[in-house]
Design a protein around this ligand. Sequence first.
Ligand SMILES: NC(=O)c1ccc[n+]([C@@H]2O[C@H](COP(=O)([O-])OP(=O)(O)OC[C@H]3O[C@@H](n4cnc5c(N)ncnc54)[C@H](O)[C@@H]3O)[C@@H](O)[C@H]2O)c1
Length: 364
Amino acid sequence: MSKIKVGIIGCGGIANQKHLPALKSLSDRVEIVAFCDIIPERAEKACKEYGAEGAKVFTDYHDLLAMDEIVSVHVLTPNVSHCELTCAALDAGKNVLCEKPMAATPADAQKMLDAQKRSGKILTIGYQNRCRQDSLTLKAMCDNGDLGEIYYAKAHAIRRRGVPTWGVFPDKSKQGGGPLIDIGTHSLDLTLWMMNNYKPKSVMGASFEKLGRTLQPGNQGNTMGVWDPETYEVEDSAFGFVTMENGAVIVIEASWALNTLDISEALTELCGTKAGADMKDGLRINTVLYDKLTTIKPDCRTPKGVDFFEGFGALRPEVYEAKRYYDAIEGKGEPVVKPEEAFVVTQILDAVYQSAKTGKLIEF
Ligand SMILES: NC(=O)c1ccc[n+]([C@@H]2O[C@H](COP(=O)([O-])OP(=O)(O)OC[C@H]3O[C@@H](n4cnc5c(N)ncnc54)[C@H](O)[C@@H]3O)[C@@H](O)[C@H]2O)c1
């Protein structure tokens, strides 16, 4: 059987850390036939390392989308461009795996949903944290009702000093925001998915620009290099209080720089009527057994050197994510993330920003 032909748009950090290695692990099923980046050396380098024989290199994504043989496109560019590139790819008849967040605004995310419906192609968003062992295990428990009704949750994405210093992360015009849209998005996605609740009612939010623009090189303590306070344009922390239609509430905490020791990201904490769960020290289920407070710790370590097992024991999250997407293209099941779910994540994050700006409750 011939392999599914893939095009890559954006050959920077996430392409090299996640997508290209994941596609390499699926090389019996897919081959990358085109690479596009506005910085040509990046596309050339990726092509050399990961390209199929005769793979092409472009600086204009229209040229890549004009290749009829391409069936699937990975959109791996800064947030604000996701909408334009994804819509163009869907309209060109390609399936799309777009990086997270879906878009910088709900209006853009809506355009992507519309393009997906128009095209009838598959669109999924790169929330690979759903594909971790702890996440898949917790999701199975939630779906099985083991936690009961989940009425309180916390989406946690806090770094003490973890301002990204590559790419365009502190550039508001390219990313649409800071840690909330960058890492808060993963935690909120996990939380909504576990709760299986995509009906927000209202959001109250606050955001802060206290450290990013003021801490000078030499006094930053950043774990990701030195950032330039002069070009830092986004919030350094943001917090949200979300009330869902069914009365459940979610607290969102997101920061790249906050003076706290309570750090962790891409995690959720859930409190239900039968049990609670958190992911801070591995997966922990908090319940009562035989009248005793009991904490159960499923062993969710990933076996070393394994790409995936059968079933949901899937292994490197990015390989599992890609596998499910390519299965869906071949008509076998659904991708891990439905675009309608990622749309609600974008809506809620935008509402946090809007509430922070206006000081008002945002109602849906
Ligand atoms: N899933 C995750 O955990 C995760 C982690 C990091 C980044 N991301 C997401 O991935 C996306 C890219 O982030 P990154 O860290 O790779 O950034 P990056 O800056 O390292 O890479 C982006 C690349 O896109 C190229 N580019 C920009 N506009 C383009 C265009 N119109 N056409 C072709 N190429 C273009 C840039 O030149 C750059 O090489 C962002 O949306 C980010 O949120 C996701």
